[in-house]
Design a binder for this molecule. Structure first.
Ligand code: PEP
Ligand code: MG
Length: 893
């Protein structure tokens, strides 16, 4: 295969082979833009080198040919003593890995050619400055010499001169530095700096290849999920010089503001400098607009080129350029990175300019970007100036400020007085729900991203930092201690950033999100004021969402347990509820009734308890059905093990023991029940459908409450559409038993009320056995909803409550997976089960409705998977609904 491409031979679509930089240099060359001539060695050559430790056959000859052509074009040879051609050797992988790999400039200089360069340029200082840069870069990146040794030598030279500006070093000083640098190389690399230009170039090419596997590059790829086996291309390019005097310089520019998307001139320029000076921040740059004054002709040309690039790439570009004695040269371009807000605005601007169509505009933004726009955030400058206490896991994004409180009761109490509070716990449990609702944010020292705190907080759209293990939380004493011994007592203000996981002492100012106001209906995009950043953003979001909705095939529902959540989900665009968890209706005051149910010794006692719960449940369902009138509401019968509703075993044991003979007989009975119900593995224990089959009347009570609620709604003129869902089914026999009972109850209520509200009866698929026997289960189910939280837990054998804190960070480090399978659906394993169940379920029952209601329903990548598998809808927490809508649209494009 061809291993070397001249810049005139490539194009922007060859990124796999030429890397991003090489492909775009070729594209610019072919556009007729001023790019210094050069050639690109392919990623294939790199892969061969990394695999075999040797250059592929024929590469040396191809490089010879291209170098000769380059020398001919430039009219001088590499390192020619009287007039040297100098080249840069730069890395450039398919995906940009800024600063991760190597670059060497000024190759071709030695003791002879430095004189030629001085003579040709008429600038001795420039020549010696270029030479010392070569030895410094080469020494560091190719020969592995500690870069600080060179920096220290530069500092020493400046000190000797009594200056701190590198421009004050004259030719003589730089000549002295070259000698010092050579000594440093000899001492620390065990060899001389190579004087032979071709040897310099060959060693630099190998060093670039090898830098693919530098530890920082490996780490970066893992974080960015860039495949490890792509390799990098190497660009060899004739040098142009920004350090040839004050009419030279180097700069970076964006074709639009990467922060807002506004069109204009954005960038930085540095006179009399080479590229690495800008990146390294060695000297202060000036705004690009200054260039208009310094060199109007080059500035005008740069603006023309920027426009050409935007129109050609049909996107915002960022560029690197150099001006050599007044002449502009383009060194790099690529589609530029941008903030979430800019992504939406740029997509709509390009749409208005006719550069892209609506599909493309939707494809140009992501659900993650939309999610970022929906959360309030801290003013970053203020946050940077605040005292950082610790960094935990970024469990639920947003910014929250409030007084630290250490119990649910205190949270409720202070919130009722109008105070903002942050609930701080070691971990949370269903008991903390009221406190979590009352708090502005939640901070825990234990538990991962699917811990109770994290899941519930995300569901509520509430900021949460969890697993902040450095914090010592003492709930009894109502305080926590951070590293360094800082102690925060109840009532002291803290600020938590759920996007970064950072926890600050004191109040960091928060900004509201206009995008949420828009989704809430409080901001009308038609009234948007031109020029107002927030308004323009809202308008862009509105346009993109409209088109995404029009394109989506996948429906979006919400997981919601209260009328308020249901109403908000609806405002956010949910077309129904995919999961209403009824256990959340067994908390608070009702706990007493649940206790009564569990402690019942006779059928009558049990029935009394159920009878007392039924009207409460019915009222809950009425509210939710009303909020979602006309849309499907999937109500799941109770799922968690009942002991979750009883007091803690240890606490109760202590209480009874301390009371001795005076212990409340009720407490004794309760303790017995807690002991009886205690399970080693409650997640695999008496829960879900098993509860319904073991506790007589429990599921029937819930079904009756649903049926009556629906009948009442119907009589009130509503259009209720309940669906009854049975959790944790593993065998069709379980489902049949519960379904038959449910049908009987529905028929009874129909009889009693004279109102016929049809209700689908279906099941969750959240156990591998259910997925593998989906054909049978579909015979008894009118719909499936994939509970991918439990399905992930049971497929991997990972406890969803424990593993993230225990070992996921190690697994991520090792690259066993790039992202937690509880966050993004594991296509190969869990996804395979979903596929099997969807196919076999539909084969058995063609009109089977298919949805997903695990946390994955709001995860962009998982939404795309659900689209591919052909599910009918995804269901996610209300705050993720817009994200899921956008991704459902993008998946269909
Ligand atoms: C699931 O398991 O994916 C699910 C939605 O149910 P829960 O999270 O309530 O167990
Ligand atoms: Mg489940």
């Amino acid at each position: 295969p061809k291993l070397v491409y001249d810049f005139t031979e490539g194009n922007k679509d060859l990124r796999d082979l030429l890397g991003g930089k090489g492909a775009n240099l070729a594209e610019m060359t072919n556009l007729g833009l001023p790019v210094p001539p050069g050639f690109t060695i392919t990623t294939e050559a790199c892969r061969h080198y990394l695999e075999h430790g040797a250059l592929p056959d024929g590469l040396a000859e191809e490089i010879d040919e291209h170098l000769s052509a380059l020398e001919e074009a430039m009219g001088k040879r590499l390192g020619q003593p009287d007039d040297p051609l100098l080249v840069s050797v730069r890395s450039g992988a398919k995906f940009s890995m800024p600063g991760m790999m190597e670059t060497v400039l000024n190759i071709g200089l030695n003791d002879a050619s430095v004189a030629g360069l001085a003579a040709q340029s008429g600038d001795e200082r420039f020549a010696w400055d270029s030479y010392r840069r070569l030895i410094q870069m080469f020494g560091k990146t190719v020969l592995g010499v500690d870069g600080d040794l060179f920096e220290d030598a530069v500092d020493a030279a400046k000190k000797a001169k009594g200056t701190d500006r590198d421009l004050d070093l004259d030719a003589g000083d730089l000549r002295g530095l070259v000698a010092t640098f050579k000594d440093i190389v000899r001492e620390h690399a065990g060899r001389d700096f190579p004087a032979d230009p071709r040897e310099q170039m060959d060693l630099a090419i190998r060093a670039v290849f090898e830098s693919w596997n530098a530890p920082r590059a490996i780490l970066y790829r893992r974080q960015e999920r860039i495949p490890a086996d792509l390799g990098t291309a190497v660009n060899v390019c004739a040098m142009v010089f920004g350090n040839m005097g004050m009419d030279s310089g180097t700069g970076v520019a964006f074709t639009r503001d990467p922060a807002t998307g506004r069109q204009g001139v954005y960038g930085d320029y540095l006179q009399n400098a080479q590229g690495e000076d800008v990146v390294a921040g060695i000297r202060n740059t000036v705004p690009l607009s200054e260039l208009e004054r310094l060199n109007p002709a080059a500035y005008a040309e740069l603006l023309r080129i920027m426009e050409t690039l935007e129109n050609h790439y049909r996107d915002m570009c960022d560029i690197e350029f150099t001006i050599e004695r007044g002449k502009l040269w383009m060194l790099q371009t690529r589609v530029g990175k941008r903030t979430a807000a800019a992504a939406f605005r740029i997509a709509c601007q390009l749409l208005d300019q006719g550069l892209i169509d609506e599909d493309e505009a939707v494809a140009r933004v992501t659900g993650d970007q939309l999610a970022q726009l929906m959360f309030p955030r801290f003013d970053q400058a203020q946050a940077d100036g605040s005292k950082l206490l610790t960094t935990g896991m970024n469990a639920s994004p947003g910014a929250a400020v409030g007084k630290a409180v250490f119990s649910s009761e205190r949270a409720v109490e202070l919130a009722a007085r109008g105070e903002d509070v942050i609930l701080v716990r070691r971990e949370t449990n269903p008991d903390d729900l009221a406190g979590m609702v009352a708090a502005r944010g939640i901070l825990t020292s234990r538990g991962g991203k699917t811990s109770h705190a994290a899941v519930v907080a995300r569901g509520m759209g509430k900021t949460c930092v969890c697993g902040a293990e450095e914090l010592d939380v003492d709930t009894k004493a109502a305080r926590f201690t951070a590293p360094g011994g800082v102690t925060v007592e109840e009532g002291e203000v803290i600020s938590i950033d759920g996007t970064s996981g950072r926890v600050y002492l004191g109040e960091v100012p928060v900004e509201d999100s206009p995008v949420v106001k828009y989704f809430e209906g409080a901001l009308d995009p038609a009234q948007a004021a031109a020029g107002d950043e927030g308004d323009e953003l809202v308008q862009a979001v509105h346009r993109i969402m409209k088109h995404a909705d029009a394109r989506a095939r996948l429906g979006v529902r919400a997981n919601a347990d209260t009328p308020e959540d249901a109403a908000r989900a609806r405002r956010f665009g949910a077309r129904g509820i995919g999961l209403c968890r009824t256990e959340h209706m067994f908390l608070g005051d009702r706990r007493r009734l649940v206790e009564q149910l569990i402690l019942a010794e006779t059928d009558d006692e049990r029935r009394d308890a159920l009878d007392a719960l039924e009207p409460l449940q019915r009222a809950d369902f009425e509210g939710i059905l009303e909020a979602m009138d006309g849309l499907p509401v999937t109500i799941r019968l109770i799922d968690p093990p009942l002991h979750e509703f009883l007091p803690d075993l240890t606490e109760l044991s202590v209480k009874v023991a301390l009371a001795g003979d005076d212990a409340d007989p009720r407490d004794r009975k309760l303790l017995e029940a807690v002991r009886r119900l205690h399970e080693q593995n409650p997640m695999l224990g008496l829960r879900g459908v098993r509860l319904g089959l073991v506790i007589p009347g429990l599921f029937a009570m819930q079904v009756r409450a649903i049926a009556h609620a629906a009948a009442r709604r119907r009589r009130a003129g509503g259009d209720p559409r309940p669906e009854i869902m049975i959790p944790l089914v593993g065998a069709v026999q379980e489902l049949e038993a519960v379904r038959d009972e449910a049908r009987r109850v529905l028929a009874e209520v129909r009889e009693e009320t004279g109102v016929d509200v049809p209700a689908l009866i279906g099941t969750m698929i959240e156990l591998p056995r259910a997925a593998l026997t989906a054909g049978q289960i579909a015979e008894a189910a009118e719909f499936f909803s994939f509970g991918t939280n439990d399905l992930t837990q049971t497929t991997w054998g990972f406890s969803r409550d424990d593993v993230e804190a225990a070992f996921f960070s190690r697994y991520l480090e090792l690259g066993i997976f790039g992202v937690s399978p509880f966050e993004t659906l594991d296509r190969e394993g869990v996804g395979r089960l979903v596929r099997i169940a969807a196919e076999e379920g539909r084969a058995a029952r063609p009109d089977l409705k298919l949805g997903i209601c695990g946390e994955h329903g709001g995860d962009p990548e998982s939404v795309h998977f659900c689209h591919e598998v052909g599910l009918d809808y995804v269901s996610c927490s209300p705050f993720r609904v817009p994200v899921a809508r956008l991704e459902a649209g993008r998946a269909a494009i």
